[in-house]
Design a protein around this ligand. Structure first.
Ligand code: FMN
Length: 314
């Protein structure tokens, strides 16, 4: 069943596997693509440590994925706040275009230069605000975005500071733009997909759920922790960051509750999701997941997960 999203992306289903930073790689991206979704590389995809050259790893990951699938795959460009230079995003964009990537998921406030370069190259632009508002979505469309991702507070990873949930974010962005909108934040099963469509979304952008799949490089210990956790185990450790509890994260949550505004930087100093979620040292750092973690109760193959989520699109 085709719709505007599948037409724009050239995929079988209107489903995008969201970037998961260190936890994505060529195997995951290709598995999603071969199962009919859009596989997306996050920053640090396939990288094991900071010692590795990020650009070299990225190029190898793209080539490996292109060997594993002939279906479309996408690259993430994470933009710095407006006014700051975007040299790293430019570098990733140039190298990805040279290797034949034609779909970009651009996160952050819209940047005219990056947007125009993507459109001038004839590529597809998926725009995702970190703090979605109707005005920012309209600006993204004016600058050439083909698809908008409307992300609610329920999501995993870095969360919107304005605290607006998926249920209210999606229709407010749908009403503001004429291009198709994908819903993101807390979608872990077919009920979430159906709810997203009922709110006016034409596709879904799913991150956390893919961490607990057979093809995911998320550390086995972290997968087990996710399978055993519920939303009651989540702590707000910074205005824009949640984590499952461990002693370090409990300390940061206490500091944040007491008014400390440096706790997000503290999670970055600990290495973000890398120590706990890639290397499995569960006490060492954050364990990020969406608020729908109760719904993550098995470790399916990527193809089976996508078939379940997309059962209404057969
Ligand atoms: C461990 C983890 C890492 C993430 N890393 C990134 C990232 O590097 N860039 C980005 O734009 N979003 C990142 N996200 C956000 C996902 O793209 C997010 O999961 C998506 O918005 C969909 O929400 P969901 O997790 O509720 O499905 C990350 C999310 C998680 C759980």
């Amino acid at each position: 069943m085709k719709n505007r999203v599948t037409e724009i992306l050239g995929t079988r289903y209107p489903l995008i596997q969201a970037p998961l930073n260190w936890l994505t790689d060529a195997k995951m991206v290709a598995a999603v693509a071969n199962a009919g979704g859009l596989g997306t590389f996050g920053p640090n995809a396939g990288r094991d440590s900071l010692d590795q050259n990020s650009m070299e790893v990225m190029e190898n990951q793209i080539k490996t994925a292109q060997h594993l699938t002939k279906q479309p795959i996408a690259m993430t460009l994470g933009l710095n706040p407006q006014g700051e230079e975007q040299s790293y995003a430019h570098k990733v964009l140039d190298r990805s275009l040279a290797l034949g990537i034609t779909i970009f998921m651009v996160g952050g406030e819209p940047d005219a230069e990056i947007y125009h370069q993507i459109k001038d190259a004839g590529a597809t632009l998926i725009a995702r605000s970190y703090n979605p508002t109707p005005a920012e979505a309209q600006r993204q469309v004016e600058l050439g975005a083909d698809l908008i991702v409307a992300t609610g507070y329920d999501e995993g990873g870095v969360i919107p500071v304005h605290g607006v949930g998926t249920f209210t974010t999606v229709p407010r962005i749908v009403d503001a733009v004429s291009v198709p909108v994908l819903a993101a934040g807390g979608i872990n099963d077919v009920r979430g997909v159906r709810a997203a469509l009922a709110l006016g979304a034409e596709g879904v952008f799913v991150g956390s759920r893919f961490m607990v799949t057979q093809e995911s490089r998320t550390a086995p210990a972290a997968k087990q922790k996710l399978l055993a956790s519920s939303a009651d185990d989540l702590l707000l450790v910074a205005p824009n960051q949640r984590s499952l509890a461990n002693p370090r994260m409990a300390e940061l949550a206490d500091r944040f509750a007491a008014g400390d505004h440096t706790t997000f930087q503290a999670t970055r100093k600990l290495g973000g999701v890398r120590p706990a979620m890639l290397h499995g040292d569960l006490e060492a750092g954050e364990v990020s997941v969406n608020t729908g973690v109760d719904l993550i109760r098995d470790e399916p193959r990527v193809a089976d997960l996508i078939a379940e989520l997309m059962q209404d699109f057969q």
